[in-house]
Design a protein around this ligand. Structure first.
Ligand code: PDD
Length: 286
């Protein structure tokens, strides 16, 4: 099916949607993005994603392409036009184009480029991948120092996924100065003796919208949480582990660098958090 996508004020068939070859998103990765999930045809945590987008834009002195209310309307219209019940909405804002290539930012009157498209993913909430759990490997984290800004500089995370694939795993956790930062496209956690351990927020990791919700729900469920640096060896000795992201919710991790965690199947805390998160998200979806 040909999707209807959104580009700079227009709803178009994906085959007719275009962006300039001089767009700074294309030439310099001078762009930020958000991925929002859809369940039951409704948006999960739209507000969280909209607030983080605003922060990413501010950090890069990039203009907002439109208001939050307009963004909500575009998201909803794309869900409707494409008949999405379960899936994702990808949004990208770039600094636009002034018709040439120049490292210097273009003048203030250059309009940002706004692109959104849907990804239909029936069965996202009930995914077989989550029932099986993910195997992760560890790789060095060689990304830039502002990972709190959700930029489209995703070459290294893509390479990380390919390294994982080549090693027969599903994903990679990145390590800097001996400590795990995060997954290629998710935040990372392990559980030992009932305590959930995850890296604290800083410029070193993306401030996950799912992370925030899951930590709040874990606290409400009286689970113990420690936000501190941790090593991959700690994760290998864990009872269980998991990741969080808008695209996979809470994903159990069953193997780290070839070492099976617990009995090698998704752990009870990850499974419980996934259930609670999905239930709460569906209830709050707009
Ligand atoms: N990735 N860390 C990184 C590096 C990410 O790319 C993501 C999200 C997360 C989780 O953030 P959130 O819970 O807000 O989705 C953490 C998205 C889903 C992606 O690139 O597709």
């Amino acid at each position: 099916m040909t999707r209807t996508v959104y580009v700079n004020g227009e709803y178009l068939p994906e085959t007719e949607a275009t962006v300039s070859i001089f767009d700074r998103g294309f030439l310099f990765a001078d762009a930020v993005y958000e991925v929002t999930s859809v369940l039951d045809g409704k948006l999960i945590d739209f507000e969280g994603h909209a607030v983080r987008l605003e922060r990413s834009l501010n950090e890069l002195d990039m203009q907002a392409p439109c208001t939050k209310e307009e963004l909500l309307e575009i998201h909803r219209k794309l869900v409707e036009l494409n008949g999405i019940e379960e899936g994702l909405i990808y949004l990208q804002v770039s600094r636009g184009s002034d018709g040439d290539r120049d490292f210097v930012f273009p003048s203030e009157d250059t309009k940002p480029t706004l692109v959104l498209f849907t990804q239909n993913k029936p069965g996202l909430a009930n995914s077989s991948a989550a029932q099986k759990g993910a195997k992760v490997i560890s790789i060095e984290d060689i990304r830039w120092g502002r990972r709190d800004i959700k930029t489209v500089q995703l070459l290294y995370p893509s390479m990380g996924k390919m390294m994982a694939k080549a090693a027969g795993a599903d994903d990679a956790w990145m390590i800097e100065d001996g400590y795990v930062t995060e997954g290629t496209s998710n935040n990372a956690y392990y559980v030992k003796d009932g305590v959930i351990v995850t890296r604290p927020l800083s410029n070193d990791i993306l401030h996950g919208i799912t992370r925030k919700a899951v930590l709040r729900l874990a606290e409400e469920a009286q689970m113990k949480i420690e936000e501190r640096l941790f090593t991959i060896d700690e994760a290998k000795e864990a009872d269980e582990a998991f990741t969080t992201s808008a695209s996979a919710f809470v994903m159990p991790v069953v193997e780290v660098d070839g070492v099976a965690l617990g009995d090698g199947t998704p752990g009870p805390i990850a499974k419980r958090l996934r259930e609670i998160y999905l239930e709460e998200s569906r209830a709050q979806a707009i």
